[in-house]
Design a protein around this ligand. Sequence first.
Ligand code: ZN
Length: 133
Amino acid sequence: MNRKISHLGIAVKDLAASEQLFRKLLGAEDVHHEEVDDQGVRIASFKVGESIIELTEATRPDSAIAKFIDKRGEGIHHIAIEVDDVASELTRLKSEGIQLIDETPKQGAHEMMIAFLHPKSTNGVLVELCQRG
Ligand code: ZN
């Protein structure tokens, strides 16, 4: 199973302001913008080596990002691990006793299929599995 860190998701209140900040931090020109309606988020992402830093702003109050910021403030929201096959990883992890948020993969940003694991099972870290295509 091929794995790498696909991206780090950072929850932000003001995407435009955070984008300016991260442009400075990373000295980056290239920014990818995307809106994922399903999850009620708008993102700006920067390539950092083989990984991506993904700034995520809520587009509606019931979005998971809005709830996260209400509870914990801005900051690192999730770590995404790229795998070859999200569905089979979900089956494997479930059999290992890991609690899942998503029982089946769903459409995410960057044309990836994604699924989240429950932070209760993973040391308080929200983990996303993702797969290309
Ligand atoms: Zn993500």
